[in-house]
Design a protein around this ligand. Structure first.
Ligand SMILES: Cc1ncc(COP(=O)(O)O)c(C=O)c1O
Length: 385
């Protein structure tokens, strides 16, 4: 996160006695990131992946900076419309949707959908007649910190058939979508998807159907403890691949989530207990896997931690959350060191924690409430927070 965001958030926390754990988001940083992304992809449409952080003030910041929204459910559609978005700024990117969800989206004016299966295509034809449909293909992104596995995307060889079928059903066979896996550290990872899409476009054209849209998903990495390339390096690699495989410029759509909001947020947490067992020092925090740090599963995301009182000698720790669940351990293999003086009641900041934290928080596991979010606009508490 930028020193400016950190300073704003820490000043807010110093001036307000808010209980921990809590997430504080600097929405000005959200708007800045949207503008940076749009500057790197000047002809693209940006649809922020709402699942990363659906706070109304975050959505307003995205909208104000020129972004639209990638939505995954009726509730996310409602949230975006309530934030002031036009329905045409929304793209329904979740390929797993009930017919009733499609009908709801259509009734609210959403016109862009992503699909990857015949069953969903048939539902779209029935409940969203004439909608624009992109077919998601499976693209391998092994370097991603949180890969999708095989849950989404058809085999690229089947995509042309699905687009031709979409056309036959009276839908607008708009294009191809793919996602290289979230927190993708390799800018080259997009090339395979772009190349596959170009081939599918050509196959479709030979069958009389002319897709035009290339949805390159999200996946842009941010620097947690390990540095990833700058946004400009991702953009350079992607722009070069698009130019190499597409002689005429396709309509490009981006769906970043993490890259928009992660660096805008900080979680303040409190130490509940420090204990030494079997030769290791365990530090239990009041935030864990079930109330905000879901992405520590498999230690996938190694957040930066800063104790408020950071002086003195440091030593290794195992970090765990507050619930009575054996899986609520944050890091036991990833090396972390914290001050030896750390005691119950001490506070720590978890940096770059704006994405996939509060939105993943359970409603009441162990009776613990969801992670509370405070959004700042211009450094002060945003309306509705
Ligand atoms: C369809 C879709 N688009 C975009 C995103 C956002 O990805 P990221 O946060 O890695 O940018 C996701 C994340 O799960 C997704 O499922």
């Amino acid at each position: 996160m930028t020193p400016r965001s950190l300073d704003r958030i820490r000043r807010f926390l110093a001036g307000h006695d808010v209980p921990t754990p809590c997430l504080v988001v600097d929405t000005d940083a959200v708007a800045t990131r949207v503008r940076e992304l749009l500057a790197e992809f000047p002809h693209a449409r940006l649809c922020y992946a709402v699942k990363a952080n659906p706070e109304p003030a975050v959505l307003r910041a995205v909208l104000g900076a020129g972004g639209g929204f990638d939505v995954a459910s009726p509730a996310e559609i409602e949230a975006c419309l309530a934030a002031g978005a036009e329905p045409t700024a929304l793209s329904y990117g979740n390929t797993i949707k009930k017919p009733a969800d499609i009908a709801f989206a259509w009734s609210r004016g959403v016109r862009d959908f992503t699909t990857d299966a015949e069953g969903d295509l048939a539902s779209l034809a029935e409940h969203a007649p004439g909608a624009s449909v992109s077919v998601r293909i499976l693209v391998d992104g092994p370097a991603s910190a949180t890969p999708f596995g095989q849950k989404f995307g058809c085999e690229p060889e089947r995509a042309a058939d699905l687009l031709v079928e979409a056309d036959r059903l009276g839908l607008d066979a708009a294009g191809i979508a793919f996602h290289v896996g979230s927190q993708q550290p390799e800018p080259q990872a997009w090339e395979a998807g772009i190349a596959a899409a170009a081939k599918i476009f050509a196959d479709c054209a030979a069958r009389g159907v002319r897709p035009r849209r290339l949805n390159i998903g999200g996946g842009f990495g941010i620097t947690y403890r390990e540095a990833v390339p700058q946004l400009a390096a991702y953009a350079r690699a992607i722009r070069a691949a698009v130019a190499a495989y597409f002689p005429g410029e396709p309509e490009v759509l981006l769906e970043p989530g993490r890259a928009v909001v992660a660096e805008a947020g900080l979680i303040r947490t409190e130490v509940v207990l420090v204990s030494t067992r079997f030769g290791r020092r365990w530090v239990y925090l009041d935030v864990g896997r079930y109330n905000g740090l879901a992405e520590t599963e498999n230690e996938a995301i190694p957040y930066r931690l800063e104790p408020l009182d950071s002086g003195g000698e440091r030593g290794p720790v195992v970090l765990a959350g507050p619930t009575c669940d054996g899986d609520d351990v944050l890091y036991q293999r990833t090396p972390y060191e914290l001050p030896l003086s750390l005691r119950a009641g001490d506070r720590l900041d978890i940096l770059d924690a704006g994405a996939y934290t509060a939105s993943y928080s359970s409603v009441a596991f162990n009776g613990i409430p969801p992670l509370r979010t405070y959004c700042l606009e211009g450094g002060t508490l945003a309306d509705g927070t």
